[in-house]
Structure formats: structure tokens, C-alpha cells
Design a protein around this ligand. Structure first.
Ligand code: ADP
Ligand code: ASP
Ligand code: MG
Length: 406
């Protein structure tokens, strides 16, 4: 007998037929004698529709009310799944975030989980009851509903698995595992049997939406065994594991991309000590994250050009913050470009092997793709390129690193 958390994403609970299919999977685990907590997302498309409604209602909505609206989809699916399980003879009840409770901080819209109280859920496991938990939601210290950021049901599931000290956290989704890159863009993408926490963390944070970044962080910290698998097919999924559980390590394990970036260039900024602080300080104060940065040498010795990226949704705000300080910063012109994509190659094998970046630059050059900004870390190389080349770059790199499926 094991204690398991099963998470079903939006497409896996998109309609009643799929909810019944998910319920059948839950029933199998219950009949095998396991204690089961199920975490559900909203039906596919519902959260997007709610986000749109809020932004149509007011351009700068109160984030506490945003959370009230966008968390609602999970209330529906958790209730429906509990009803369907009961109709199949499985004892089950739904749990909203506030009922458990899932305690978070008050960063509405992307709150962090601080604690989950599971005593009552554990007691009910003892009575054979399945817990059906609304993912994505929690409660702040003032008792108000919070949400965990888009894709946050993954984090609900992993956090619950950690709190329950579960043996497994199975993430059921619309692909049958983690692939070398997004299988919807690269037909030759290959399913990985295993991927390390560290690589999965980089893949997620560089844009692979299959798991929310925070869920991987949390799994790594609390040693939660995550498995990503299909809710539609009975095929083995991908296990996220420690590095020593992987026998043969590829140089590059995966390629991720993110369309969420936008580029800003400040032309002819004064080249003096303190200028970078003056530029990035106000952006940080406005809670705008800066990701990639490159400083170019300008024709004039006293001045330099500075290029960096911010989140696409924050571009307008970032431009406003900088323009308001144009005189102080001394730049002559500000250029902004939302039509960029960040492509990253990831692999723990990079630590011990040189030449990975060079291979990337060559593969892109051979396809006539210009690199605008580069950034690296111990296990990844990222480049910023024009968005129109996304598919070409992903497919080209996938082949260049020998990742194509046979
Ligand atoms: P869910 O609704 O189940 O949470 P998501 O849409 O959030 O599902 O995540 C699954 C999607 O992630 C897939 O449909 C796929 O297009 C995308 N994806 C991006 N990169 C990868 C990757 N490396 N491996 C698998 N899926 C990926
Ligand atoms: N329903 C939420 C979203 O679409 C949470 C999730 O699906 O993980 O972002
Ligand atoms: Mg998701």
C-alpha cells in the first residue's frame, strides 16, 4: 500500500467524459489499496477565459479580486470529480484551498505555499476516503483566496505530496512525458525515461510548460518523486530523479524556448560607474525582472549601448519607467522589441564538457539565424533570436545535438 498524489491538468478534465476517465484511473489506485489525494486543474481554457474577463473589467484589477475570479475553475472540477467518483462507488470529498488549508503568502496572483495542514485528510484516508483537491489555490494570512501563478496546480500537487510524505506524485497531462523539446513543435522530439531535477528545473524555468518551475523546486527540496505521464494512454511516463539515478548522461538533455521575453535597447548610455545600478534599480523597484543583459561598445568612448530582456507582459511598464528617467540616465534612444524568443539548451553534461555553446552558435549560423543576446549558466546556454525563427532554431538544434528520435 502506498500514499499517492495524482494531478490532472486542464485537458485531462476538459469535459465530463475526461473527468470520468480520470476517475477510473483514481479508482484503480484506490482498489490497489492506496491512499489517494487527487489535485485537479480547471477545465482547459477556463482559467484563460477568467483572466480575460478580469482584464476586460478593469485594466489594473485588484489582484485579490483577480484571485477570487481565476481560482473558480478548480472549484468546479474538484466538485465534479468527487461526484463522479462517488457515483462509481468510491468514497470521495472535494477540498478547496482554504478548507485544507493551503497557507500561502499574500503575493496575490503568484503566491507561494508556506504550509499545508493535512491531519484531517490523513484521518479520512484511514476511512478510505479520497481527497479531491482544487489545485492552484490557497489562502493568505488575512484569510483571502490566493492563486499560485499560471500552471500552479503542479505546485499544489507537489506541495501536497511533500506535506503528506507521499510515495509518489503522478502528474497526468496531455503528453506522455517530458520530451527533449516541445513535441508540439518538433515532431522528432524524444520522450525521456528519466530527467534530473536540476535539468527539469532549467527546462521549466526556460519555458517548458510541462511542469511549473516552482513545483520542480519544491520536489527537489523535499525529495518528492515526480512522474509525468499521459492521462489518455497507458504508456510509461518520465521520472524526475536525482543525478546519480541516471546511468548514461547526455551532453544536452533538452531544449526549451520561451516567447515570454521582450528586448529593450538603450542607445548611447553614459559609460560611467553607477549607470547600470541607475538603470536596473528603478526596474527592480517596479518589480520588473530583468533576465538577459548585454553591454555593447559604442562608437563614442564615453557612451555604450545596453540591451536586456524583461517579461513581455512587463514591457510597457519597463519602457515607461526608463523613459521617465531618460535625462538622468543619459541615453539617446530607447528601442523595444516584443518579437523575440529565448531558446535554451540544457544538460548537466555541460559541466564537464566544453564546446556546447559553440555547437549552438554554429547550428544557428548555418541556418542564417542571428543571435541578439547570449546568457549561460553551469548547465544551460540561452540565446535570444527573432521570434519568426523559433521552429527553425528548435528543429535545427535538436538535430545538431543528436536528439532526434530514430
Ligand atoms: P496541463 O494542462 O496538463 O498542466 P500543460 O499544457 O501545462 O498541461 O503542459 C503540457 C504541455 O507542455 C504539452 O502539451 C507540451 O506542448 C508542452 N511542453 C513544452 N515543452 C515540453 C517538453 N519538453 N516535454 C513535454 N511537453 C512539453
Ligand atoms: N488552471 C490554472 C492555469 O491554467 C492552473 C493550472 O492549470 O495548473 O494556470
Ligand atoms: Mg500545466
Amino acid at each position: 500500500m502506498a500514499r499517492i498524489v495524482m494531478k490532472f491538468g486542464g485537458t485531462s478534465v476538459a469535459d465530463l467524459r475526461r473527468i470520468r476517465r480520470a476517475a477510473a484511473r483514481v479508482k484503480v489506485e484506490v482498489e490497489a489499496g492506496n491512499d489517494v489525494a487527487v489535485v485537479v486543474s480547471a477545465m482547459a481554457g477556463v482559467t484563460n477565459a477568467m483572466v480575460q474577463l478580469v482584464s476586460d473589467a478593469a485594466s489594473l484589477a485588484d489582484l485579490r479580486e483577480y484571485d477570487v475570479v481565476v481560482s473558480s475553475g478548480e472549484q468546479v472540477t474538484s466538485g465534479l470529480l468527487a461526484v463522479v467518483l462517488q457515483s462509481m462507488g468510491v468514497s470521495a470529498r472535494s477540498w478547496m484551498g482554504w478548507q485544507i488549508p493551503v497557507r500561502t503568502d499574500d503575493a496575490h496572483g503568484s503566491a507561494r505555499i508556506e504550509a499545508i495542514e493535512v491531519q484531517e485528510m490523513l484521518r479520512r484516508f484511514g476511512e478510505g476516503q479520497v481527497a479531491v483537491v482544487a489545485g492552484f489555490q490557497g489562502i493568505d494570512p488575512q484569510g483571502r483566496i490566493t492563486t499560485l501563478g499560471r500552471g500552479g496546480s503542479d505546485t499544489s500537487a507537489v506541495a501536497l505530496a511533500a506535506a503528506l510524505q507521499a510515495d509518489r506524485c503522478d502528474i497526468y497531462t496531455d503528453v506522455d512525458g517530458v520530451y527533449t523539446t516541445d513535441p508540439r513543435i518538433v515532431a522528432k522530439a524524444r520522450k525521456l525515461d528519466r530527467i534530473t531535477y536540476e535539468e527539469m528545473l532549467e527546462m521549466a524555468s526556460q519555458g517548458a510548460k510541462v511542469l511549473q518551475t516552482r513545483s520542480v523546486e519544491m520536489a527537489m527540496k523535499h525529495h518528492v518523486r515526480i512522474q509525468v505521464l499521459s492521462s489518455f494512454e497507458d504508456t510509461p511516463g518520465t521520472l524526475v530523479v536525482d543525478e546519480d539515478e541516471i546511468v548514461e548522461q547526455a551532453l544536452v538533455s533538452g531544449i526549451a524556448y520561451s516567447r515570454d521575453e521582450a528586448k529593450i535597447t538603450l542607445l548611447r548610455v553614459l559609460d560611467q560607474p553607477g549607470v547600470a545600478a541607475k538603470i536596473f534599480g528603478p526596474l527592480a523597484e517596479a518589480a520588473i525582472n530583468v533576465d538577459m543583459i548585454v553591454q555593447n561598445v559604442s562608437a563614442e568612448t564615453e557612451r555604450t549601448d545596453l540591451t536586456f530582456t524583461v517579461g513581455k507582459s512587463e514591457l510597457e511598464r519597463a519602457v515607461a519607467v526608463l523613459r521617465a528617467r531618460q535625462e538622468e540616465l543619459g541615453f539617446v534612444e530607447l528601442l523595444s522589441d516584443p518579437n523575440v524568443v529565448k531558446v535554451s539548451v540544457i544538460g548537466v553534461g555541460m559541466r564537464s564538457h566544453a564546446g556546447v555553446a559553440q555547437q549552438m552558435f554554429t547550428a544557428l549560423a548555418e541556418r542564417g539565424i542571428n543571435i541578439q543576446v547570449i546568457s549561460t549558466s553551469e548547465i544551460k546556454v540561452s540565446v535570444l533570436i527573432a521570434e519568426e525563427y523559433t521552429e527553425l532554431a528548435l528543429r535545427g538544434l535538436h538535430t545538431a545535438y543528436g536528439l532526434d528520435a530514430a
